[in-house]
Design a binder for this molecule. Structure first.
Ligand SMILES: [Zn+2]
Length: 382
């Protein structure tokens, strides 16, 4: 062991003081790290370095563990809303775990006094006591959408066969401000007896009434091809149909591509010729091509959009050479860099206003009971 970490020669007194000192330093360092994350996120520095999210920046660039990154970023967002959190974290009045448990409530708190009252109420309490206190204050959150691999092939259940049992509520509620992240599901790393083609995944989510009714209607319409009405099979078929549609829309994918047409000089962005759309998609492999200051390429396939390298407003054409794919985060980042943040803020506000006028919000119904829509674990549920 290196000298630095060999503490065997310290006196008891030195050891006690040393530990106390480091516990205090650790709290301060955590609070400072969280403050830095909040500021980096607010300035979009991760975008500059070629990462579409702060989470990717922390895990891929700094090698933080996924869990550590996720928790610190969530608290960083909370602290941007209620800066008082950082002081309390630094002096040990609140723990990271308690903050994560309270995050939903703290995000809801609009006034600083509300946040302070909540922090005071949970001071010195164990995690279990905090959970009890919170349970009395807010309704059960929706079951977050989750996908997990199952080790063995399983038997499907239809919606009428739903169990009454709800999955346990996670102690850390989902972060409402968190960016949507694609659900990538890794195969079970443990070698399984079943061949890869028979791999099964459990997929849980919370649906609203309308979606559930639509799913049931789809099951009825597809009942001639899926006579047992298995919602897992219905979902699989709907996904394939939807995917085909989405590919057509986003990538102009088609089995019989039309002959290229010369673009008109007034070609709008949303009117990029189909053969150009396909060529750009193929060349960029459907990924964000943004290259960060230190050479990192984003390569995200999430919310990928077409970007004119020379903006249309400056005479840029919708040509293969002048088009590239960027994820939405980097497209926005680039637009702000080229056109200015104030201009883009105004443009977004205008677009949002136009959307509100065009599509008046339908009355949102309360979430329906959790639908166990896919095959469930072979082991019996309570
Ligand atoms: Zn990107």
């Amino acid at each position: 062991m290196s000298q630095r970490f060999d503490l065997s020669r310290l006196t008891h007194d030195e050891l006690d003081r040393g530990l106390a000192q480091r516990v205090a330093q650790d709290r301060v360092a955590t609070a400072e790290l969280i403050a830095y994350l909040g500021e980096v996120g607010a300035r979009g520095r991760h975008l500059t370095f070629g990462y579409r999210s702060l989470y990717d920046y922390c895990t891929q660039h700094f090698g933080m563990s996924e869990d550590v990154a996720k928790k610190r970023i969530r608290v960083a967002r909370l602290a941007r809303r209620h800066p008082v959190i950082l002081e309390r974290l630094a002096d040990g009045r609140i723990t990271l775990t308690a903050l994560l448990m309270m995050s939903r409530e703290l995000f809801r708190a609009s006034a600083p006094e509300q946040a302070i009252a909540l922090l005071d109420a949970t001071r010195g309490k164990t995690n279990e006591q905090v959970a009890l206190l919170l349970a009395g204050r807010s309704p059960k959150p929706d079951t977050p959408t989750r996908v997990r691999p199952l080790s063995a092939p399983v038997v499907a259940r239809a919606v009428s066969d739903q169990g009454a049992a709800r999955p346990p509520v996670p102690s850390v509620p989902p972060d409402p401000t968190e960016q949507q992240v694609p659900l990538f599901v890794e195969q079970d790393p443990v070698p399984s007896a079943s061949p890869p083609s028979s791999a099964r995944f459990e997929f849980r989510t919370t649906l609203d009434e309308q979606t559930l009714a639509e799913l049931q209607e789809a099951a009825e319409l597809l009942s001639h091809v899926i006579p047992n009405g298995d919602l897992g099979l219905v979902l699989a078929r709907l996904v394939r149909m939807g995917l085909e549609q989405a590919r057509k829309q986003r990538q102009a994918a088609t089995k019989q591509p039309r002959a290229p047409r010369a673009p008109r000089p007034d070609q709008a962005t949303d009117n990029i010729p189909e053969h150009i759309v396909r060529a750009v998609y193929a060349r960029d492999e459907g990924r964000c091509t943004y290259r960060g200051d230190d050479g990192h390429v984003c390569a995200s396939r999430w919310q990928v959009e077409f970007d004119h390298v020379v903006p249309r407003s400056k005479g840029g054409e919708s040509s293969l050479e002048n088009l590239r794919l960027l994820c939405r985060a980097h497209n926005q980042h680039e637009a702000e860099r080229v056109l200015g943040a104030a201009f883009m803020r105004g443009k977004r506000a205008w677009a949002a206003k136009r959307r509100r006028v065009a599509t008046p919000r339908a009355g949102r119904k309360a979430p329906a009971p959790v639908a166990q829509a896919t095959p469930t674990s072979a082991s019996p549920r309570p």
